[in-house]
Design a protein around this ligand. Structure first.
Ligand SMILES: [Zn+2]
Length: 479
């Protein structure tokens, strides 16, 4: 179990703001790890906009071990096989044997060794949240991940911000847009593993007042069904450095387009990213010609249809404005479809899950392949950070699945009764890696109140199930 801190620089933001408005400068924010208050006999200190804490916070609060060498005035902090060596008044640290320049340094203050938590956080990155109202710093452990030595950075002098981010939004497909005023320039992105994510820092940049009012730490937006991006979050990382973290699928990169007042990040598989960032992006290659005729059923003259209820168990999928989870909708509709399929002489339904169980995507693929299923239908509902977005989408990945997608989409529109957002191509794993015609239904948006009310209504679910079966029969030309 690794316990590292990030972020006490947030306290510097806090202190700076306090100093600016001339309120009590002695207020010390509280520190929490995974919701538990970290106690310290010596208060954290703010030195030149960086937060220093006594060694005891590292051991008692965060569970690291450390060795203090009195003669050398040197401390070695260890956790999970990683080490950081800091010497008093020296701004070069040694991280796993490599020298790294720090923007601040360990110091002796009133005979106590005080170390820069922001630096340690940069190396090992806990998730964090600064609660402005409560003056609390909340740190959260992430799953195990290897130590990430950062590149040496130039020591920076805290400066006034020159850029203000006004909005961060995702179009639900592949484009993230950062709207800003002033000057905005990103540092080189960091690509991190476990979980896969891309970190983009914007120095000398803060969030505009409109966002700061809601920010209260970080903002996280979930996009659980997007084939490129599972979520993104943004927060102020240092007094004048904004951070954007994209939780991406393995192998995803982006192309950045900078316009006046707007930066666009277009996500795409790294293999599709043009070498020359100004070159046009090649459209996805159609790897096989569309097949319009379904294959006849093998052997017993019964078509095996896999109905895949998306998510389940620890993976709830999207969160509805009705405070229900997508996984519940997916399962409920899937069970209804299965019941209707089994009433048909020529159809047999097979469910990837029949209850609230977590199943890996690859196991859903293997299930369909082992069955030699004739058709694959994955049931989902969508989410996006704009509550006004509404409607039904049907996805296919391989071109041979498009005719099936077109037919079922027409029926799904009737069943759901929501706005038509079209048939789209995207490489969701379950419809890409299966080999039979395979589609993924995004029946509506659970982040939209109207869609959510419809999709959680039993009558609408019955209608969706009946229409999906009607679509399957139409595609298979079964009367
Ligand atoms: Zn989903």
């Amino acid at each position: 179990m690794k316990k590292f801190v990030s972020m006490l620089l947030f306290m510097s933001v806090f202190f700076t703001m306090f100093a600016a408005v001339g309120q009590a400068a002695a207020v010390v924010p509280k520190l929490f790890l995974n919701g538990n208050l970290i106690k310290s006999d010596v208060s954290p200190q703010l030195v030149n906009n960086y937060t220093l804490v006594p060694l005891a916070v590292l051991s008692d609060g965060l569970g690291y071990t450390y060795e203090w060498e009195h003669e050398a005035k040197r401390v070695t902090v260890m956790s999970g096989g990683n080490s950081i060596v800091l010497s008093i008044n020296d701004n070069t640290a040694t991280v796993n044997g490599e020298p790294v320049t720090m923007e601040t340094k360990a110091q002796l203050i009133s005979n106590r060794t005080m170390v820069p938590l922001s630096f340690i956080g940069t190396q090992f990155g806990l998730d964090f949240e600064w609660k402005h109202q409560e003056k609390e710093v909340h740190m959260f452990e992430k799953p195990e991940e290897p130590a990430m030595p950062t590149e040496p950075t130039e020591p920076v002098v805290p400066t006034e911000p020159t850029g203000w981010i006004k909005q961060v939004s995702f179009d639900g497909m592949r484009t993230l847009t950062i709207s800003y005023e002033g000057i905005l320039k990103a540092d080189k992105p960091l690509y991190l593993d476990d979980p896969k994510r891309i970190v983009l820092d914007f120095p000398n940049t803060v969030y505009s007042d409109e966002i700061t009012a809601q920010l209260n730490g970080e903002i996280k937006s979930l996009t659980p069904d997007n084939p490129l991006l599972t979520s993104y979050r943004y927060s102020l990382f240092e007094p004048a450095k904004s951070r954007l973290v994209l939780d991406v699928i393995d192998g995803i990169g982006f192309v950045m387009t900078v316009n006046v007042g707007e930066i666009r990040l277009e996500l795409m598989p790294a293999s599709e990213i043009p070498v020359d960032p100004n070159a046009p992006v090649n459209p996805p290659v159609t790897e096989e010609p569309p097949v319009t005729e379904p294959n006849p059923p093998a052997g017993d003259n019964v078509y095996d249809i896999v109905i895949d209820a998306g998510h389940g168990g620890k993976d709830p999928g999207a969160y509805s404005v009705l405070k229900k989870y997508e996984k519940e909708f997916n399962l409920s509709v899937s069970l209804k479809i299965k019941a209707l399929l089994d009433k048909e002489k020529q159809l047999k339904g097979h469910l990837t899950r029949t209850d609230d169980t977590f199943i890996e995507l690859i196991d859903r693929v293997k299930f369909a392949e082992a069955l030699k299923a004739d058709l694959f239908v994955s049931i989902h509902a969508n989410a996006i950070d704009k509550p006004s977005v509404s409607g039904t989408e049907t996805y296919y990945s391989r071109a041979s699945s498009k005719p099936f997608a077109d037919i079922v989409h027409k029926h799904l529109l009737t069943g759901a009764g929501l706005k038509d957002r079209g048939v789209k191509q995207a490489n969701f794993k379950v419809i890409k890696e299966t080999t039979m015609p395979a589609i993924l239904l995004e029946s509506g948006y659970l982040t939209n109140t109207g869609d959510s009310n419809s999709l959680f209504s039993d009558a609408v679910q019955n209608r969706i199930a009946a229409e999906v079966v009607a679509g399957i029969k139409e595609y298979l030309k079964i009367k």
